[in-house]
Write a protein that binds this ligand. Sequence first.
Ligand SMILES: *Cc1c(COP(=O)(O)O)cnc(C)c1O
Length: 428
Amino acid sequence: MTAPLAIHGGTPLRRGGWPVWPMPAPGAAAALEEVLDSGRWSISGPYRGQDCFDRRFAAAYARYHDVPHCVPCASGTASLMMALEACGVGAGDEVITPALSWVASASTILGVNAVPVFADIDAATLCIDPAAVADLITPATKAIVAVHLYSAVADLDRLTALAARAGIPLIEDCAQAHGATYRGRKVGTFGRVGAFSMHHTKVLTCGEGGAAITGDAELAQRLHYLRADGRRFSDMPPPAGHSDLLEGGELMGSNRALSEFHAALLLRQLDRLDAQHAHRAGNAAILDGELARLGLQPQQSSAGTTDRCYFGYAVAFPRGLLEGVALGDVAAALGKELGMVIKPVYPPIYRSPMYLPHSRSRFALSDEHLARIDRARHACPVAEDAAGRTVTFHHAALLGSAADMADIAAAFAKVIEHLDALRRPSSH
Ligand SMILES: *Cc1c(COP(=O)(O)O)cnc(C)c1O
């Protein structure tokens, strides 16, 4: 037996720190200063003789994905709501979304007055299970949202085929998957819209931000109107000092614009994305091998995946191993050994303490609507099983060294060796 667990007063396995996220890219400070002195802090500010940073970032991010259109916005939440509305989803429509994800994958559907319908997940990839989706499609289904979760890409072959057969759009929630590829093509380009978050935690970030990409010119126009109070950029530059946003279009919007500071920062951060991506993937491969040797089950990605994006590293304990042990206690013990945060994966959204449709009167449209959005209607056993035995940690740790990966594996080994010490007396 090794020394007692750190959580029980033993010596932690590791003393050193971990890479700090976010990491400012070279040129980030200069880019922010450039905006500061530019006389334009928002897309709504006056035209100053060159494209604003929002348009420059949009062009760069569209090019990165090899698609014609990108509309930056204030958050991943905004990008999902814009995507849903631009696809024509509205009051009373059903939208299929995975049971296991961040709460926004469902709250955004409620946010456009539609009804989230939770599909169970694939046990190996933790992503939405196409077979479950097929069972849930009804005449009321108006869209499917697929989430590329933690480090996996959802089964895009089957999801795109299902959506095409049903004649409904697939929306890819790529908040955790910037730069991942499937059959050699970037994710976000398989659905009608790819929705991204540039929140602090994400692999491409400016603190708070988002973007929606699409290959469809008309849909892109609707995304523009939806994010800028019904305005879009003019095709020709205006005289300097005038706005290059045209007022009045076909569609009422809301203000979900990204500030010029955020757009300028994203442009710089984008330069580092691919190198960081490769660094994480190399470490994840090391860790996959070491944790598999311990009998653990690292998250897999669907068969067509050509390059994964590690937003989070997720690994499951084999069924039965944690009998009588709370997953939260295991995660806390691991975290204490390593001096970092390790958490159980998301609970199924319909069990999340943050998913409370009835807590907001804006959704009390009718008794019938309230019944349709009642979270007690849902049960997804695969998601519940995964949530009970899978832990995850943030991608910053994967930006460390190979020796750091050995430490992570050693912490898992130590905690497994001491599982008895974590067993709760009441369970005997
Ligand atoms: C982060 C995230 C969102 C929401 O993005 P915000 O920028 O926080 O609004 C949506 N879906 C998933 C899967 C996410 O991880």
